[in-house]
Design a protein around this ligand. Structure first.
Ligand code: SF4
Ligand code: SF4
Length: 142
């Protein structure tokens, strides 16, 4: 084990494999940017993912949170639950997504994640990030 992994001061996302994280740790990785809840298109020529500014019908555009997270998959059939197993192959996750970054062994985009894993957030901390691209408000479908 590297000294960084053995150091209890090292954030859990650097110390632990994704499969070793507690549920609270796993959920806390999400910074609530909401970008995965935007409708996406695939460019037929390049196979690139193009993000639109139109959101899933369940996205609350004020909080950037799913308005029915518990029942989301019953209400939106193509909503994908992220897991340590599938997160590596979901190419449409935005490059700033914490799950994608951790899976790619990169540091988190803001580098200021110091909140405890169990902390509940009422507003998306993306607004504290300083990265303007993560603060764009999506357009909600009615
Ligand atoms: S893109 Fe990633 S960090 Fe942003 S809301 Fe979706 S899962 Fe959370
Ligand atoms: S159902 Fe909720 S979590 Fe799933 S894509 Fe829609 S807003 Fe996002």
């Amino acid at each position: 084990m590297s000294s960084e992994k053995a150091d209890p001061q090292t954030p859990f996302w650097r110390r632990k494999a994704m499969s070793e994280m507690t549920r609270a740790e796993w959920e806390s990785l999400c910074d609530g940017c909401g970008r995965c809840c935007l409708n996406k298109l695939i460019d037929e020529d390049t196979n690139a993912t193009v993000f639109t500014d139109v959101s899933c019908k369940l996205l609350d555009c004020q909080t950037c949170r799913c308005s029915d997270y518990t029942h989301r998959q019953a209400k939106v059939k193509d909503c994908v639950r992220l897991t340590p197993r599938n997160v590596r192959r979901l190419k449409w996750l935005p490059p700033t997504c914490a799950y994608r970054l951790v899976a790619e062994v990169k540091d988190l985009a803001c580098g200021i994640r110091s909140f405890p894993a169990t902390r509940k957030r009422s507003t998306p901390p993306a607004s504290q990030c300083g990265d303007a691209s993560r603060q764009a408000k999506p357009t909600c479908l009615m």
